[in-house]
Ligand binder design. Structure first.
Ligand code: TGC
Ligand code: FAD
Length: 392
């Protein structure tokens, strides 16, 4: 793979909207990605291996629990810093950002929000340092977009719960030490349980043959009469709103992350177009290529503004779930379109692993599907503006 020459586009001087702390956090993440992710990520993706050696570095740049308070090992940062970290990591690779998103928003966040004080003390510091890795089990083989239909259940069995069922498409499952698992009790009420690797009857078979997110490990969670200690149930929130609350935080991170992937594709295509000559001129001199590049920077700039404004509202505590859905949907579509156009600017070279664009393009096929599909987010906006849910 070519040396990482990334230069971040900032057409509307958005840096002026950032504090010194935001820029410091962002620049540290950017430097780390250049140093530790870019040199190894293509090979990891080609081999379909999660590069475990980056876990410590992710922890050091504050990517595990950026907004979790310092007393629990988190970085204690605001939502804009969290977004900027996700942007920089996904500039490197969506799969690496997935690992950070899951650990922060889908494992640490529910423990922090819905867990007991004992659970917070036991798990959060280790998750923040990367000593312990987690995964999040909501999706099932027969319930993806409609998680409320889940059939994974737990029942009271004296001094423990008995957990049965299966989860599918779970990021980090093959190596996670713990899983935050959403299951129904005997009354059909959804709760989150912390399941630890090693519990009898709990297995995590890996999902192979993915063409997307190849540097991220995906797997199943299978529960066969798993005895889960009662103290592992997170008691502070139940119902579908509990896992969906975690998704709000992760979807927000993706709205920023997708900008990173798009910026990398744009920057690569711009440099290539200025260097590559055909018909005796740089291809950047042709109007058709300029149209592509001009539209890319326009769309990136709009997405940056959307994410920044959403971050401000998240900091104020006023952002709605529907506003988050709009940003996730818009920014991922923006990124996938830019990846496709950028790939074409590189001609044949665009399909090779010499450049990052094809990997981003394939990764974004997962990003547009997970954390709520493109269709589901449109329906969330539709329901919000009309007051009429059209999910069924
Ligand atoms: P609905 O009746 O609308 O809502 C049920 C309850 O939940 C509340 N609620 C929310 N609460 C917090 N945040 C949100 N975003 C919420 N959305 C809804 C709602 O108020 C209600 O509360 P209550 O108290 O009245 O019970 O539920 P529904 O069954 O009609 O479903 C709505 C729908 C389709 C929007 C929802 O189920 C959905 O978002 N589906 C998509 C599923 C999804 O996103 N799965 C993601 C799995 S995790 C993942 O993909 C990780 S990828 C990780 C990575 O690698 O980065
Ligand atoms: P389905 O729900 O079967 O949808 C199939 C198609 O039907 C989609 O186009 C969808 O938009 C459309 N559709 C569904 N319902 C409607 C409707 N009402 N109206 C119109 N169209 C509709 N899940 C986790 O819990 N944890 C994870 O860590 C995790 N990681 C993932 C990693 C990867 C790489 C992938 C690919 C997925 C991951 N997921 C995870 C699962 C992901 O959230 C689901 O794939 C996603 O929610 C969609 O569910 P599904 O695949 O079952 O598709």
């Amino acid at each position: 793979m070519k040396a990482d020459q990334f230069q971040s586009p900032d057409y509307y001087n958005l840096d002026d909207l950032l504090s010194d702390e935001h820029k410091m956090v962002r620049d540290a993440a950017r430097e780390w990605v250049k140093r530790e992710v870019s040199p190894i990520i293509e090979e990891a993706a080609q081999k379909a291996e999660f590069p475990k050696q980056i876990i410590n570095g992710l922890a050091e740049i504050g990517a595990f629990g950026p907004y979790i308070p310092e007393e629990y090992g988190g970085a204690g940062l605001d939502q804009i810093s969290y977004g900027l970290i996700m942007q920089e990591i996904e500039r490197g690779d969506s799969g690496v950002r997935s690992t950070a998103s899951v650990q922060s928003s889908l494992v640490m966040y529910p423990i922090f929000k819905y867990g007991t004080e004992e659970q917070k003390k036991k798990y959060l510091p280790k998750l923040a340092s990367g000593e312990m890795m987690g995964c999040f089990g909501l999706t099932e083989p027969d319930h993806g977009s409609n998680p409320s239909g889940m059939t994974t259940t737990f029942k009271d069995n004296g001094d423990h719960y008995l957990l049965n069922g299966a989860k599918m498409w779970i990021s980090n499952a093959p190596f996670a030490d713990i899983a935050v698992v959403w299951a129904k009790n005997e009354e059909g009420r959804i709760y989150g349980l912390i399941v630890e690797r090693g519990m009898e009857g709990f297995t995590t078979p890996e999902t192979h043959n993915k063409w997307s997110l190849r540097a991220s490990a995906t797997g199943e969670l299978v529960f066969n009469n798993v005895k889960v200690p009662k103290e592992n149930l997170m008691p502070e929130k139940s119902g579908l709103g509990a896992p969906l609350g975690c998704l709000d935080s992760a979807r927000y991170g993706i709205a920023w992350g997708a900008i990173g992937a798009a910026m990398d594709c744009y920057d690569t295509a711009l440099r290539y177009a200025k260097e590559r000559e055909q018909f005796g001129k740089p291809i950047a001199s042709f109007q058709l290529q300029q149209k592509k590049l001009a539209e890319m920077i326009t769309e990136i700039t709009k997405a940056q503004l959307l994410a920044w404004r959403l971050g401000v509202m998240r900091n104020e505590g006023t952002a709605t779930s529907a506003q988050i859905s709009m940003a996730k949907r818009n920014n991922v579509e923006m990124a996938i379109n830019i990846a496709r156009e950028a790939r074409q600017i590189l001609g044949g070279m665009g399909i090779t692993g010499e450049y990052s664009i094809m990997r981003h393009s394939m990764n974004l096929e997962s990003v547009i599907t997970y954390e709520g599909t493109h269709d589901i987010h449109l329906l969330i906006t539709g329901a919000d503006i009309t007051g009429i849910p059209a999910f069924q």
